[in-house]
Design a protein around this ligand. Sequence first.
Ligand SMILES: NC(=O)c1ccc[n+]([C@@H]2O[C@H](COP(=O)([O-])OP(=O)(O)OC[C@H]3O[C@@H](n4cnc5c(N)ncnc54)[C@H](OP(=O)(O)O)[C@@H]3O)[C@@H](O)[C@H]2O)c1
Length: 259
Amino acid sequence: MIGCGNMGGAMLRRWVASGVLAGDQVYVVNRADRVLPEGVGQGRDLPGGVLPDAVILAMKPQQIDDVASRFAARLAGVPVLVSILAGVEEAPLAARFDAGAIIRAMPNLPVAIGKGVVALDSASADAPARADVAALMAPLGLVEWVAAAQFDAVTALAGSGPAFLYRFIDALAVAGVAQGLPEAQAERLALATVEGAGLLAAAAEVGPGALADQVASPGGSTRRGLDVLDEANALEMLLSETIAAATRRNAEMAAAARG
Ligand SMILES: NC(=O)c1ccc[n+]([C@@H]2O[C@H](COP(=O)([O-])OP(=O)(O)OC[C@H]3O[C@@H](n4cnc5c(N)ncnc54)[C@H](OP(=O)(O)O)[C@@H]3O)[C@@H](O)[C@H]2O)c1
């Protein structure tokens, strides 16, 4: 793994904790030593010897040229290269790295607890390589293959989604405080409500839209609140604009990476 900060570290911890990888099967190339799962080696340079089975790029997108200039020649012919770099498409990766298969992966932070989303895309990977990478990602959460053209949107929805949900939880708590709840209690209630509602929705046989209507009896208080969110599709409009703005930014970053 090249680069191992917040996201690379979250993935690595979950891989080792789930047993899909043993610590000593992984070597991290980082700029400074970090606390890593037991058995994981680390250093400033690639270890010598045979090529690894796979390389995972997990540094910042703007570090791609530096990493390519240092390591691409020595990694030539690596069977699988997985990149989690936001906004860097397969072609710029292929222009810099000679790998049997290049797979883009877009994880989100809940991978740390096995409840994340990992979107995958590859034009170059054959069926066995796709199956191997999907199996590696499986302990991280929901794994979905998406079309290359949808990668910016999936990055906005699932990659940035946790941040949008955190804002929602915060707003729910602030709204509770406005109705007289103590701040700390409102935060606890908002967080537990979102956690429980999410788990329930994930296990339900109907979709969340239908669930909301099931919870709201006609003339009741939940209905009255939903009416505010539904008025002129207020919440849907707000989130459409939110996801569209993030998608556009991803597309801009992809265009910049193309050069
Ligand atoms: N965070 C998210 O929610 C998220 C979601 C999806 C995808 N991503 C992608 O994940 C990647 C990493 O993001 P992050 O949030 O984990 O960033 P981060 O915490 O800043 O981690 C980046 C890591 O890469 C290392 N690094 C930087 N330049 C390097 C180089 N030239 N050689 C080797 N290692 C190098 C950094 O080392 P130092 O600490 O020593 O600088 C650090 O360990 C990004 O490409 C991002 O687009 C992130």
